[in-house]
Design a protein around this ligand. Structure first.
Ligand SMILES: [Zn+2]
Length: 247
């Protein structure tokens, strides 16, 4: 999150420093989960996020900023590059589409270096590479939140829908890439008139569900309350992200 957007947080931090090791500090330390054993190196202007609920709240606040005043969220990457060179502690892992209009760092309010651990492919398909990357983000980097985010007017989803409804054949590796989406298109056909929108939504939910079903590492972290998995849909026109927490 950029420094301009974090003014209030920084003000609180200054108060905290002035207070020294007082009751506020004790309460803050007590709120840090046991698995956050090391002190994270954070980008300048950001505060630690260690729980799934904090991470989700920060994404929602960031998206509100993006929708209301996207230009206000300039990042200060030069100041944080050196600070993060030794380690990273991203607080959210995000699987989303490669679409050039869907940039998670922008969509979530100017998140800067070191904040989001991002996997992208056309159609946000949960393949082996994506799942392994999510395991790395949650287990090794201690990211407490996983988001699988589809988006409106997705080209990969549209192509999969066309293959099912019009028999359009996709050549090369693109055809193989969208194959996992085809069963979701079939299931979406019964859900309403807008097949592409329904498939986008179901594809995100399916990906989010499959993470815990197919990864023992992540399902154990979820069971321990250290990780939460949610689905989301980004509207490329309004900029709004709808979170689907009950997957
Ligand atoms: Zn897409």
């Amino acid at each position: 999150m950029c420094q301009d957007c974090e003014t209030q947080t920084l003000n609180r931090r200054n108060l905290f420093k002035l207070a020294g090791v007082g009751l506020t500090a004790a309460a803050l330390v007590a709120s840090v989960p046991a698995h956050a054993a090391t002190t994270p190196v954070l980008p300048t202007g950001t505060s630690p996020v260690t729980s799934p609920s904090e991470a989700l709240a920060r994404l929602k606040q960031g998206n509100q900023r993006f929708v209301q005043d996207a230009e206000a969220c300039a990042t200060h990457m030069a100041a944080t590059r050196g600070e993060l060179a030794g380690s990273q502690h991203p607080w959210a892992t995000i699987l989303t589409c490669s679409d050039s209009r869907v940039s998670p760092e922008l969509v979530f309010g100017g998140s800067t270096l070191g904040e989001l651990f991002v996997i992208r492919n056309a159609g946000n398909v949960l393949d082996t590479g994506a799942l392994g990357t999510i395991e790395y983000g949650t287990e090794h980097l201690k990211s407490p939140l996983v988001v699988v985010m589809g988006h409106s007017k997705c080209g990969a989803i549209t192509a999969a829908c066309d293959e099912v409804t019009k028999g359009a054949e996709l050549g090369g590796s693109i055809g193989k890439m969208v194959q996992p989406i085809l069963p979701i298109v079939l299931s979406a056909k019964d859900k309403g008139s807008d097949l592409i929108a329904q498939t986008v939504r179901l594809n995100a939910i399916s990906g989010a569900r499959r993470i815990a079903e197919e990864s023992r590492i992540v399902s154990d972290l979820v069971a321990a309350g250290r990780v939460k998995i949610v689905a989301a849909v980004y509207d490329i026109t309004s900029g709004e992200v709808e979170f689907i927490e009950d997957i």
